[in-house]
Design a protein around this ligand. Structure first.
Ligand code: ADP
Ligand code: MG
Length: 362
């Protein structure tokens, strides 16, 4: 057999405007999802995540573009394969469990065309997978939020869909449960090997759960990459800011390097694009050196004097005045507080030069 080299799902130039809507809820999105991968769709409220998910499910018909599931065109222009003929499992934001059915009955709901024995076996298997085997006879109202979510997940997984779609799976859980459920969910989904698309506005969920993260803004796909790439190599200030604090330092390209206000740095990726003139780094990439510590083997030592410092919980924002340049703002991890007047020696590692700025400064 030849290995399956096709992506499980492919979207090509998909657009959707709601009747009476003045802007596109989904605007020319193309992406593909590999078999067994978890893709997170991330964006602010109203960015079009749910619309995109519902389009994949077949609950919305796109105005333009096509969708291909396991090599079959399921949607092209206004022609679309209906929801029940797509092998897709969906978990809605409110779980939508059947209140008059037990856990086991909810899970068995989508299992059609099989013997009772086979159905029973799959229900038992799914109960075990989702850690619900203790009380399969309970009704939804007798369950906690976390358990209800697992029933909804089990019901969607039981028919072994080609793709699992989850819309804001954490929105009904309190924050204490949130971290644990996130880990459980990833484990369960990975154990089944089912390709999953997850919608969330929590960037931490996306970074920690997904293999690929797609950032959606105003219906458009801004960037799709692995979590570490999104975090460390954002394509724009908007994406950079969505995933955490960062520093952006203006630089001037000189011969053999980049002149920052704090000292000279090797040119790094400026070879690729000479117009780039800002250094981007996350708080954990600024390493402050102790008073008399020697210069580290890697990285140029930069210097300046702290003029002001603001403690902001997990990070500190400082204004630093270099000797011969205007002051600049840096965002550091909050492990130490830097009093005004402190002489700062630091290296930045890793860093990259970008063509976007600091949203707070603009
Ligand atoms: P998200 O899930 O990212 O919050 P949605 O996909 O729900 O975003 O919404 C995208 C845009 O489409 C928003 O501007 C929203 O107001 C609009 N929208 C969503 N659902 C409908 C609908 N049924 N009818 C008209 N407009 C809608
Ligand atoms: Mg939504």
């Amino acid at each position: 057999m030849t290995p399956d080299i096709h992506p499980v799902l492919e979207l090509l130039h998909v657009s959707k405007t709601y009747p009476g809507g003045s802007v596109k809820a989904v605007d020319n999105i193309s992406l593909s999802v590999e078999k067994g991968a978890i893709l997170a769709l991330v964006g602010e409220s109203g960015s079009g995540k749910t619309t995109l998910l519902r389009t994949i499910a077949g609950l919305e018909v796109p105005d333009e573009g096509s969708l291909i599931l396991s090599g079959q065109v399921i949607s092209e222009g206004r022609k679309a394969v209906p929801v029940h003929k797509r092998n897709i499992g969906m978990v809605f934001q409110d779980y939508a469990l059947f209140p008059h059915m037990t856990i086991a009955e909810n899970i068995g709901f989508g299992l059609k065309g099989m013997t009772q024995a086979e159905k029973k076996r799959i229900i038992e298997e799914t109960l075990a997978l989702t850690n619900l085997e203790e009380n399969p006879g309970k009704y939804p109202h007798q369950l906690s939020g976390g358990q209800q979510q697992r029933v909804a997940l089990a019901r969607a997984l039981a028919p072994k869909p080609e793709i699992l779609l989850l819309d804001e799976p954490f929105s009904n859980l309190d924050s204490i449960l949130h971290d644990r459920v996130r880990e459980d969910l990833r484990k369960i989904v990975k154990a089944t090997g089912i390709t999953t698309i997850l919608v969330t506005h929590h960037t931490r969920d996306a970074l920690s759960m997904a293999d690929q993260v797609a950032v959606i803004h105003k219906g458009r796909l801004l960037q799709m990459d692995a979590p570490r790439m999104i975090y460390n190599h954002p394509v724009s200030g908007y994406v950079a800011n969505l995933f955490g604090k960062y520093s952006c330092i203006n630089c001037i390209r000189t011969e053999g390097g980049m002149q920052t206000p704090f000292g000279k740095m090797p040119a790094g990726n400026t070879e690729i694009s000479p117009r780039m003139s800002r250094l981007f780094c996350r708080p954990e990439h600024i390493i402050v050196l102790k008073k008399n510590s020697p210069q580290p083997a890697e990285g140029s030592v930069l210097t300046g004097v702290v003029e002001a410092a603001t403690f902001l919980g997990d990070h500190v924002r400082i204004e630093v005045k270099p000797e011969n340049a205007q002051k600049a703002r840096l965002i550091l991890h909050a492990d130490t507080f830097y009093e005004p007047g402190t002489n700062l020696r630091f290296i930045i590692r890793p860093y990259k030069f970008v063509d976007f700025g600091d949203p707070e400064a603009e």
